[in-house]
Design a protein around this ligand. Structure first.
Ligand code: 5AD
Ligand code: SF4
Length: 466
């Protein structure tokens, strides 16, 4: 195909990138055709999918939620745990079947699994029906990969570390709240985690660009931003002359956006300055996701987490004491290689001491290429499953207790849309990130309203607008 002049995108290194097709030349090329985009994994992937959707629409594709209607299927994958692999191949089976009927169907795989060498080899050898593979560093090439699709598979998974793209278009899922990347990748290399390998080293965006993005969102009526990164509070550390995360939070607060959230924070990078700034600004939400991973200092050391049980608890209490009504949630892994009953008991002790608002809990999953995967693990799966079950019961009891504190109180809720379970109600989140189903507020979508809490369950609240 003869390509017309291309618009070029700017990247932080001020190099120009080729192959970035921005809208107009190709807008009609796939008009009338549909895309089906499925996203696995974390918020980072959800936000990447907003970029992927914008790129597909720039070529003329429109969205469908029905797989059978699709002319192109893109699966944005996750690699954090092993079962992600099985889920993906289950779904790919359906795509392969569809392609038998629809010969021109384009099937694409991207995201963290596409950065795994063994997965790419497997796709090349065993899954020839997959047309396009692109990694987390190559989303900007999507239009090019589609336009130049050949008989052979199109594979783009090299990483261009150091580059940060600006001026990205997103098709945002919401008109009320938005994700804003502040950094890509992670330098922490926790021994169980594959993220530093699939997403590369930490690259922070320039604060000027982040603030510009938030200011545009404010102008466009957005009420909430969530600053996104694998390790947000290490923001800027690898850049010369860049502000730190606490100062960035302050600058974002000064844009006047009504609500600011941020995920995920690493306890090791959590500073007193951050705590003070979160406490000082009403538009920085009193909600912190602070992964514990384990309550045993011995396991934390093996995990490479850089803090002890005692240091975590000190930080936890400092946050609780300084930020009024703060909600703290966490991530916990059970069954790290050779975790003893004593180690696990310490995790339960920390959970009892912290009484988290809620927690994501996982059974350790060995990821090829990570240091922990090389440890000879003697703990049977049944033991790990029982630990997870015990931990979940404890976590859920504290979630209920935390939610019950809201009963009869009136809290501010940003209403996001119609409730999935009951169409007479709307749903939204409190400042502390509690999901509330609200009566009497159907005309309040997009607004922050006062809601009186009438019922509390482990995972949500009910309330009424008065
Ligand atoms: N096994 C189980 N859980 C993991 N996580 C990250 N890597 C693994 C793994 N190999 C969990 C951590 C992290 C969350 C996003 O996923 O708890 O905070
Ligand atoms: Fe993975 Fe640790 Fe980085 Fe989080 S901080 S993404 S757990 S390496």
């Amino acid at each position: 195909m003869n390509l017309p002049d291309l618009k070029k995108a700017r990247i932080r290194t001020d190099k120009e990138v080729e192959y970035v097709y921005l809208d107009e030349h190709y807008q009609k090329l796939f008009a009338g055709q549909k895309y089906f985009l499925k996203t696995y994994g974390c918020q980072m992937n959800v936000h990447d999918s907003e970029e992927i959707a914008a790129r597909l629409e720039s070529l003329g594709f429109s969205k469908t939620d029905v797989l059978e209607e699709a002319d192109i299927v893109i699966l944005n994958t996750c690699a954090i745990r092993e079962n992600a692999h099985d889920k993906l191949y289950g779904f790919l089976g359906r795509c392969k079947h569809l392609k038998k009927e629809k010969k021109d169907l384009i099937i694409g795989i991207c995201g963290c699994m596409a950065q795994e060498e063994n997965v790419v080899k497997e796709i090349m050898n065993k899954h020839q029906y997959i047309d396009i593979v692109f990694g987390t560093h190559n989303i900007y090439k999507l239009q090019d990969l589609i336009i130049n699709k050949k008989e052979k598979q199109n594979i783009e998974v090299y990483s261009c570390e150091g580059d940060v793209y600006e001026n990205i278009s997103y098709k945002r899922d919401s008109k009320i709240k938005a994700w804003v990347n502040i950094q890509y990748g992670c330098d922490k290399f926790c021994t169980y985690c594959i993220v530093p390998y699939t997403r590369g080293k930490q690259r922070s965006r320039k604060s000027k660009e982040i603030i510009k993005e938030v200011e545009d969102l404010v102008k466009n009526g957005y009420k909430e931003v969530t600053l996104l990164g694998q390790n947000v509070n290490a923001y800027g550390k690898e850049l010369k002359d860049e502000i730190n995360f606490a100062n960035l939070l302050e600058k974002v607060a000064n844009t006047g956006i009504e609500r600011i959230r941020f995920v995920t924070s690493h306890p090791w990078d959590f500073t007193d300055e951050m705590i003070e700034i979160i406490a000082k600004y009403d538009n920085i939400m009193p909600y912190i996701h602070l992964p514990l991973q384990s309550g045993s200092s011995r396991i934390l050391k093996l995990m490479g987490r850089r803090y002890t049980k005692e240091e975590y608890l000190t930080l936890y209490h400092k946050i609780k004491e300084t930020i009024p009504n703060v909600a703290i949630t966490t991530d916990i892994i059970v069954g790290f290689p050779n975790e003893t009953e004593e180690d696990f008991k310490e995790t339960l002790e920390v959970v009892n001491a912290c009484q988290f608002d809620s927690a994501f809990t996982f059974i350790y999953s060995p990821r090829e290429g990570t240091p922990a995967a090389k440890i000879d693990d003697k703990i049977p799966m049944a033991v790990k499953e029982e630990r997870l079950h015990k931990l979940n019961e404890l976590i859920n009891s504290y979630s209920l207790k935390a939610n019950q504190k809201y009963l009869d109180k009136t809290v501010k809720v940003l209403i996001e849309g119609v409730s999935e379970k009951d169409s007479t109600k709307v749903f939204g989140y409190t400042e502390t990130m509690k999901l509330v189903n609200v009566e009497n507020a159907s005309d309040k979508i997009g607004e922050i309203i006062d809601v009186k809490i009438t019922d509390a369950k482990s995972f949500s609240l009910d309330g009424i607008y008065q």
